[in-house]
Design a protein around this ligand. Structure first.
Ligand code: MLT
Length: 392
């Protein structure tokens, strides 16, 4: 028996597991100290009322002979796909129902989609980046080339038409930097992918944080994208589903390579390896799009935006360079006094018991940077920034 040797090329533990372990250890040694977590992007606002009501109703239905459901439709229930279709229509993106696949979140789909592609493909991944893109490709042994994202290009790298890539990852608004591509920039990426017969894997998990109507929420707002892109989205950050689990992936039926439809391949993959998202959860996700649901989720999103402003204001006060925090729940800052990322992590944990995410965990260009999330409570964010202000 031979193991998958590619696992030897991974860090021993996933970035957020490493941080969680370090924090647990600190708490064990310092039980009297109150730690405030602005590290992993996990939400704190409870599910909104419309979602809870819809899920309660669905639970009741499941307990009756008439309302009980077993396995659901392979790509998700029509009632949820219809809502997603309407949501895209508002931005003039017309999707067919069978181009939408309901999933248990963007992370799993971003990893699983790689089943469709040869391991010979060359992958282009921005650095810094959400570690899942890198790790899932390393697991399959693909060759990765990094796209340099840095202060000079405002953490928005653009394509180099002289180099060839097959699979390209883009995340906008970006995790971890909070940077957002505009339409002209995305158009260049679409042109590049079409020219190179490449596929763009577009992570739109943070689209609901975009505050400017001219910025694209979806890559499908760009002409030609249906022929070269797959989009991943999630209810995690939009509606607080990090523990509830629901997302969706859009694979256009115009996306064909080697006379194979990626939409059909993804359907084949999902029907073989995945049994869908619970009916109860899909009813909850449907309620996100109701009038009351939209009002309630935006109250929560604005709550997090207020936290982001508190963080941003503290950094501005101390002249610390940062990006993000406007169209994104993340604030990406330069560590003060030229500290290294993990050094700053230890410093904050030891001195003020505030947890963030070291930029180096997102790639080599993240060294010297640090990510704070606005997903904690208002009170904890205020307290954390009071502490930070005190030591800066
Ligand atoms: C993060 O902190 O980057 C996110 O929580 C990751 C995720 O959504 O899986």
């Amino acid at each position: 028996m031979k193991i998958n040797e590619n696992y030897k090329n991974l860090e021993t533990s996933y970035l957020f597991s490493t941080i969680a372990k370090k924090v647990s250890q600190f708490i064990e040694n310092n039980p009297q100290k109150k730690v405030i977590r602005l590290g992993i992007g996990d939400v704190t606002r409870p599910l909104c009322k419309s979602v809870v009501d819809a899920m309660n109703k669905a639970v009741d239905e499941m307990g009756t002979p008439e309302g009980f459901r077993g396995y659901g439709p392979e790509q998700g229930y029509e009632f949820l796909k219809d809502e997603i279709q309407n949501y895209y229509k508002k931005r003039n993106v017309l999707l067919k129902n069978d181009e939408i696949f309901i999933s248990d979140g963007a992370k799993s789909d971003l990893g699983n989609i790689l089943d469709l592609f040869s391991t010979d493909n060359k992958v282009l991944i921005p650095d810094p980046v959400y570690p899942v893109y890198v790790d899932t490709n390393l697991m399959q042994g693909r060759k990765i080339e990094f796209l340099e994202a840095n202060e000079e290009n405002d953490f928005l790298p653009m394509p180099d038409f002289n180099t060839k890539a097959d699979i390209i990852y883009l995340c906008s608004p970006n995790n971890p930097t909070g940077a957002v591509y505009n339409k002209e920039q995305l158009k260049k990426w679409v042109d590049y992918a079409l020219k190179n017969n490449a596929v763009i894997l577009f992570d739109a998990a943070y689209e609901c944080f975009i505050d400017d109507n001219n910025l694209p929420h979806s890559i499908f707002e760009i002409e030609g994208a249906k022929n070269c892109a797959i989009e991943f989205c999630s209810f995690s950050k939009t509606a607080g589903f990090t523990g509830t689990r629901c997302g969706y992936t859009v694979v256009s039926d115009e996306l064909n390579f080697d006379n194979m439809s990626l939409n059909k391949m993804w359907l084949r993959r999902q029907t073989t390896k995945f049994n869908g998202v619970p009916y109860i959860v899909q009813r909850g996700a449907q309620a996100v799009f109701s009038e009351s649901g939209q009002k309630e989720i935006f109250e929560n999103i604005n709550y997090y935006k207020r936290n982001a402003k508190i963080i941003a204001d503290t950094l501005k006060k101390h002249n610390i360079y940062f990006t993000g925090g406007i169209h994104s729940p993340y604030i990406w800052l330069k560590c003060p006094n030229n500290m290294k990322s993990w050094e700053f992590f230890d410093f904050l944990l030891e001195k003020i018991q505030v947890v963030g995410t070291p930029g180096a965990g997102f790639g080599k260009n993240g060294e010297g940077f640090f990510r704070l999330t606005s997903f904690n409570t208002y009170e904890n964010t205020l307290e954390a920034m009071k502490r930070l202000d005190g030591i800066l």
